[in-house]
Design a binder for this molecule. Structure first.
Ligand code: AMP
Length: 278
């Protein structure tokens, strides 16, 4: 695996590779890689002739300085994991290389960046959109892979690609989970072994909600979800049902509308998100 830190050198390398007809897949990440990330890498490797993983803890998308400071950084293990699956390229730029100064650029995705995560993390999707735009411009991928784990992020990036006509196809990949249902996440590394067991309740609660969507109203489901979380020491931040196409929040279930149940909760200081399609 080749490792690049400099924008100019990866740019030159990619231009050379593309001129020989290589199809480039990109997986943007913030590192502290796990099997969920590797599933995206494997998919890209199966569908492209050159797979690039970026590892960059993007300060612009953090709304809480404590979260940025504590975000796990495990670059040596990341390199080993990427080599173990045969990834071609790792791009891990320095923050100074990506941002000479804090960009003043502001995106507005309308409703999409205001609801759900947007309500609790204002500015988060702006930071995501800036860094993803930069990565698309630097790496020039044909295809970029994202996880359903961050479904709202995927929707925002779809809108970004459409609005700015990036010549990039987007792929949304399924959520990879631990045995207890907990969605794999770099932030799980901040949880003790017992806390990781307790956090399994998030998926149990989503599964309960999905299983009872026809019998119970959404208010009653939400109350039950909140109680299930509390019993396991988690504090619910939000639980909503939304239209999968536009993330409009829904108050009642319509079997003809593809929907998604989305949740965010705190376990101690650690914020976890998850979702399931209905
Ligand atoms: P992150 O490093 O958390 O920014 O994640 C990088 C990419 O991996 C994002 O597109 C995530 O949605 C995706 N991802 C994170 N966790 C998982 C998971 N458990 N299963 C599948 N994809 C994931």
């Amino acid at each position: 695996m080749q490792v690049f830190r400099e924008i100019t050198s990866i740019r030159k390398f990619i231009i050379e590779q593309k001129s020989t007809g290589k199809k480039v897949g990109l997986i943007p990440t913030m590192g502290a890689l796990h099997i969920g990330h590797l599933s995206l890498v494997r998919k890209s490797m199966a569908e492209n002739s050159l797979t690039v993983v970026s590892v960059f803890v993007n300060p612009l998308q953090f709304t809480n300085p404590y979260d940025l400071e504590k975000y796990p950084r495990t670059i040596e293990t990341d390199v080993q994991l990427l080599e173990s699956v045969g990834c071609d390229i790792l791009f891990c730029p320095l923050a100074e290389g990506i941002y000479h100064e804090t960009p003043q650029l502001k995106f507005d995705f309308g409703h999409l960046d205001k609801v759900l995560e947007g309500q609790f993390r204002p500015g988060h999707f702006n930071g995501v959109a800036v860094v993803v735009s930069k990565l698309f411009n630097i790496v020039q991928p044909d295809v970029a892979y994202f996880g359903q784990k961050d479904y709202q992020q995927f929707m925002v990036i779809l809108k970004l690609v459409e609005a700015l006509s990036f010549p990039v196809a987007l792929v949304c990949c399924e959520i990879i989970r631990e045995n207890n249902g907990l969605a794999m996440s770099s932030r799980n590394k901040l949880l003790s072994a017992e806390a990781q067991v307790a956090a399994g309740v998030i998926f149990l609660a989503l599964s309960f909600a999905k299983g009872n969507i026809l019998q119970m109203n959404i208010g009653a489901i939400k109350a039950k979800v909140e109680a299930m979380l509390l019993d396991n020491g988690l504090r619910l931040e939000y639980f909503e049902m939304a239209d999968r196409k536009n993330l409009n929040v829904l108050q009642s279930f319509d079997p003809h509308v593809p929907s998604v149940l989305l949740i965010a909760a705190y376990l101690g200081e650690v914020r976890l998100i998850d979702n399931v399609f209905v």
